[in-house]
Design a protein around this ligand. Structure first.
Ligand SMILES: *Cc1c(COP(=O)(O)O)cnc(C)c1O
Length: 353
């Protein structure tokens, strides 16, 4: 009988007093506790919340060589009355298992995932900044732990969740390069998995784009380099005339939970929405003829990031984020739902009490 009960080992040396809540560096401040579970002999066990700290890792750790490593990113916020809240945690529980299946990793039971984030956030609630737009960012991840060199499916894994308090993520408008050479994901590849290797592969093209004066890459399809996929760690939306357009997530695009929430919010507001393929040529043309009103990315970290310029094969279109209405509406709605300022008509939030 495997013990899957959650043990809590408290940190007696809290670092909370060292955190300046008015000036939190993104991804560099870590809370006092983390959740850890180990997989061996075909089952998850030894679930525990323990003091945040280092792991000791064997030099032949199989994930370091062959890359079985997946992750999630989600946020806990505070309601106006101070109650901690999670946002669509069940979607993250499901998505990490979609990633796990693609990477031949064991699924982590959804109920254990939900218990983990719930209990961790309950314990770490003093680390959740109160100001709307700020949050406790949770990083669940799974990594292979076999001490063995050879390409094969690992037999042992760790599932971990740690927490980073983050301030109101103000993302300034970005310049995108539509890359006609490098790709992020191809049909049949791993683009739909939140897998570490996808990000490693994107660093070099992103570095070139930065040298050319862009902030991020807008990825195009791997075959014709025409159909738009997504941006960095965000899904992408276009407002053309009065219609909101976003590409379908049919295998090569990460199924963003913010994207899904955005589509629901837009539909409930009565906007025209089209989920369809669109090409970079269509976007450049709409940018030149004035029908392209807004371009923005969506993701958990920034919620929304506006685009102010797109470059493609020497051609440039510029946009005016100050005139955007759809993107600020979306950001305000999601942040408002996460702080209880706006009613959660879809039942997306889970109170941690
Ligand atoms: C995480 C991620 C997104 C956004 O997903 P959310 O669930 O909205 O945070 C989009 N694209 C990529 C490649 C991602 O890794």
């Amino acid at each position: 009988m495997i013990d899957t009960s959650l043990k809590i080992i408290k940190n007696t040396n809290s670092k909370l007093h060292e955190l300046d809540f008015d000036n939190i560096p993104f991804g560099r401040a870590f809370s006092d506790h983390m959740y850890v579970a180990d997989y061996k002999d075909g089952a998850w066990g030894d679930m525990r919340i323990e003091p945040f700290g280092n792991f000791s890792v064997h030099p032949a750790n199989i994930a370091w060589h062959y890359g079985q490593s997946i992750f999630e990113g989600m946020k806990a916020t505070k309601a106006i009355d101070g109650t901690p809240m999670l946002f669509r945690p069940e979607m993250h529980a499901k998505r990490i298992n979609t990633s796990a299946r693609r990477m031949c990793m064991p699924e982590f039971p959804e109920d254990a995932f939900l218990e983990a984030v719930y209990e961790l956030v309950k314990l770490e609630q003093a680390w959740i900044p109160k100001k709307e737009g700020s949050a406790l960012y949770l990083r669940p991840y799974m990594v292979a732990m076999d001490e063995f060199i050879g390409v094969q499916v690992a037999k042992t894994y760790k599932f971990v969740i740690f927490c980073c308090p983050v301030g109101p993520y103000y993302s300034k408008a970005v310049k995108l390069k539509a890359d006609d050479k490098f790709i992020r994901a191809a049909e049949g590849g791993t683009g739909e998995a939140k897998a570490a290797g996808n990000y490693a592969g994107s660093l070099y093209p992103a570095q070139i784009a930065k040298q050319e004066g862009y902030d991020q890459i807008m990825w195009l399809d791997a075959v014709n380099h025409k159909r738009i996929q997504e941006v960095g760690t965000m899904n992408i939306f276009f407002v053309i005339n009065d219609t909101i357009v976003t590409p379908p997530t049919s295998g090569t695009i990460l199924k963003g939970i913010t994207r899904d929430s955005a589509l629901t919010i837009f539909e409930q507001k009565g906007y025209n929405i089209e989920v369809r393929d669109l090409t970079i040529d269509e976007v450049m043309k709409a940018g030149h003829d004035g029908s392209l009103k807004e371009v923005f990315g969506t993701g958990t970290a920034a919620v929304v990031a506006n685009v102010k310029e797109i470059g493609y094969q020497g051609d440039t279109i510029t946009l005016n984020p100050e005139s955007y209405t759809v993107s600020p509406f979306l950001k305000d709605t999601i942040n408002g739902i996460r702080s209880t300022r706006i009613e959660d008509v879809n039942g997306w939030t889970v109170k941690v009490v």
